[in-house]
Design a protein around this ligand. Structure first.
Ligand code: WT7
Length: 657
């Protein structure tokens, strides 16, 4: 499919980088009129009620659209629906039954892709739902999913949703121990995993990790997808092959009638403590926001092919690889492997091969490809692309413009979507038919949502003045309902700063212009974004501390050209241990083993002494400044000011002295 080049409308020639949608974009867009914002703002609850009716098939209407018991809130109270029915069943009674629902691209070039039509998906989901039922899984039970990027991951999620089981997907690159922690917290009864997957041409044994993850939990059954066909450890009575169970499974499975406020899934994410929080999303509100944001942000139409490169283990994958596109009846492409394998043009080759029209990725990937050079992009015909998206961390202007010009050929708007695991779906971004598209600026809150940027004492900020990004009630329907098993944590984390009717995002931001476009500046807590992956410094510290040589440690985020941020571990050794490169390496390995390779420190700095206050608190502020080559500030009040000099030498500090 070829799209005609489109002329861009630039607002003010002096401010070259403010782009507006072309007439062609506007004409095609689901929304192309500014007035949508004002209309929604008049009555957000009524607005979402209208969207909910239009976008979602309900078995029974709700009685109350929005109900608050601060800080708790509910949407579409009394409404009955099933999100799997919305993503699958409702398409098999139309021409869409024969349309591709999922296209899967394996990493090895000599393997065949898989295409599942909506009818295929329906059959597989029903069968797997019966498999789960056969293992005794009922509505409300938790099912762990630890799978690579293969269609079984969507099948398993949808099958859970179909029978009302709560899925908790764990990123396949997380370690066995991380999996176990999550499975224990969720009290999962069944785990769905695979023998492995390909990464950079090598088979990765996932079952090994899954075995560690299942140990000491309430998991009674482990279902294993045969992806590689390599030998795996087998626990008789507990382990079952996916294909063997599926062979015997019945084709028919009625969707469970779910209450709008029944739980749909738990997804663990990092907060500021060492223990990840189980973010709880409920069916009705999540379905509504996932459906509409997918449709409007990416302006998806029937002929589109949507590729969101996120792993399904993150919220982006849940909403934009699975529920969002499928509820819209749009084809979702997933790719198993590494972005640059077997060559640095793999992604561009995939876009060309399938004529992808809408592409959604992360700044870290954009920066990596920018670094590799234009020739890999230029080798391929990317003229099918119509809209580009970015998510996960602030995007710098260079990367934005490169993405816009080199990947998008200057035709495609960049939709910079701000959101969080907690928000379930996107919340702040420009819409393709409305704009404007400004590098580094996310845009306006989605119609029907209310945001503000506040000073420390809760006053609204002016244009250009930095502050804390908050969401105001009524909260968007897809927001988390609580932290699984820990409502106190929910209250304190999100509503403990400005009160019970103001959701605190933990992000800094400022209002960019008169239109109210918002620029996100980044996290204001101890959460890092490492290549777009969310990690807490405390988690990494816990992992480092488990190495027997470590007496004390502090982990801070260091700026990184491609990954955005990387963890750096400052470690004081126990008496009797000598620093060496080998020891540094062992400590890094420990982190990989305990959390996973995404958390592996970029550097381990071994020191005799960490800078401390007189009361013995480690001064992370100083460590952070050291890694970022920023002014260190006053150190005269430290207990051990001399430690800073040693640190400067160890880390090769280049900041002001
Ligand atoms: C944090 C949430 C939700 C999608 C994936 C991340 C940062 C997210 C943007 C953006 C600047 C962004 C924020 C946020 N973030 N999108 N477009 N511009 N920053 O979900 O792992 O829960 O992380 O990612 O800091 O709080 P997450």
């Amino acid at each position: 499919m070829k799209m005609k080049p489109v002329k861009w409308v630039v607002e003010d020639p002096k401010k070259k980088n403010v782009f507006w949608p072309s007439e062609e974009l506007k004409k095609r867009a689901w929304v192309n009129d500014e007035s949508v914002y004002a209309e929604a703002e008049k009555d957000p609850v009524a607005w979402w009620g209208k969207l909910a009716k239009e976008g979602i098939t309900w078995f029974k209407d709700w009685t109350v659209t929005y109900k608050e018991n601060p800080p708790f809130y509910q949407w579409f109270v009394g409404g009955k629906l099933n999100i799997c029915y919305n993503a699958v069943d409702r398409h098999i009674t139309s021409w869409k039954r024969n349309k591709a629902a999922i296209i899967w691209e394996p990493e090895p070039l000599n393997e065949q892709p898989r295409v599942l039509t909506f009818q295929d998906l329906y059959r597989e989901v029903c069968k797997f739902a019966n498999v789960l039922k056969g293992l005794g899984i009922k509505k409300g039970d938790r099912v762990g999913i630890y799978l690579p990027m293969i269609p079984e991951v969507q099948i398993a999620m949808l099958a859970c949703a179909r029978i009302g089981a709560v899925h908790s997907v764990v990123f396949s690159a997380f370690s066995g121990q991380s999996l176990r922690d999550r499975m224990i917290d969720a009290e999962a009864k069944v785990l769905v995993t695979a023998d492995g997957y390909y990464r950079r041409g090598k088979p990765v044994n996932l079952k090994e990790n899954a075995d560690i993850g299942a140990e000491g939990t309430k998991i009674k059954d482990v279902i294993v997808v045969k992806r590689l066909g390599t030998p795996v450890n087998w626990v008789e009575g507990r382990d079952h092959w996916w294909h063997e169970l599926m062979e015997k499974a019945d084709l028919n499975c009625e969707p469970e009638v779910m209450d709008s406020e029944d739980m749909l899934f738990i997804l663990y994410t990092s907060g500021t403590t060492g223990k990840p929080k189980g973010i709880e999303h409920h069916v009705g509100g999540y379905a509504v926001q996932a459906y509409w944001t997918t449709k409007w942000d990416f302006d998806l139409h029937d002929e589109d092919l949507f590729w969101c490169t996120a792993d399904i283990g993150w919220i982006t994958g849940h909403t934009y690889n699975c529920y969002g596109p499928l509820m819209n009846g749009v084809t979702s492409l997933i790719y198993e492997g590494a972005p640059d394998f077997p060559g640095p043009d793999r992604w561009w080759q995939i876009i060309e091969k399938y004529a992808v029209t809408v592409f959604y990725t992360a700044p870290t990937a954009i920066r990596m490809f920018m670094r590799l050079g234009d020739e890999y992009v230029k080798k391929h015909d990317l003229s099918s692309l119509r809209i580009l998206g970015t998510v996960g961390e602030p995007i710098n202007e260079d990367a934005w413009l490169w993405y816009f010009n080199t990947v998008g050929g200057g035709r495609c708007p960049i939709i910079d979507t701000w959101w969080q695991t907690e928000t379930g779906a996107t919340l702040i971004n420009s819409l393709p038919g409305i704009g404007p598209f400004i590098p580094t600026v996310a845009g306006r809150p989605f119609p029907g949502t209310r945001f503000a940027i506040l000073t420390e004492d809760g006053k609204p900020t002016n244009i250009g003045e930095g502050g804390f990004l908050v969401q105001k009630s009524p909260f968007a329907p897809g927001m988390l309902r609580t932290v699984y098993g820990d409502p106190e944590k929910f209250k304190q984390q999100y509503f403990g700063v400005y009160g019970e009717r103001i959701y605190y995002t933990s992000d800094g931001a400022y209002i960019f212009d008169q239109l109210g476009n918002i620029r996100i500046t980044g996290r204001v807590d101890d959460v890092m974004k490492v290549a777009g992956h969310r990690l807490s410094t405390a988690e990494v510290e816990n992992a480092v501390a488990q190495h027997p040589a470590v007496a004390e440690c502090a982990v801070v985020a260091m700026p990184h050209d491609i990954k955005g941020e990387v963890p750096v571990a400052f470690v004081a050794l126990k008496a009797g241990f000598k620093g060496s490169l080998q020891l540094e390496d062992e400590i890094k390995k420990k982190v990989t083993e305990i959390i996973g390779p995404t958390a592996r420190p970029e550097k381990v700095v071994l020191v005799d002494d960490l800078p401390k206050t007189r009361s013995g608190k480690i001064m992370r502020r100083i460590l952070k400044a050291l890694t970022a080559n920023q002014p260190i500030g006053d150190i005269s009040t430290l207990m051990n000011p001399e430690s800073v000099q040693t640190l400067k030498e160890r880390i090769g500090y280049k900041g002001p002295t």
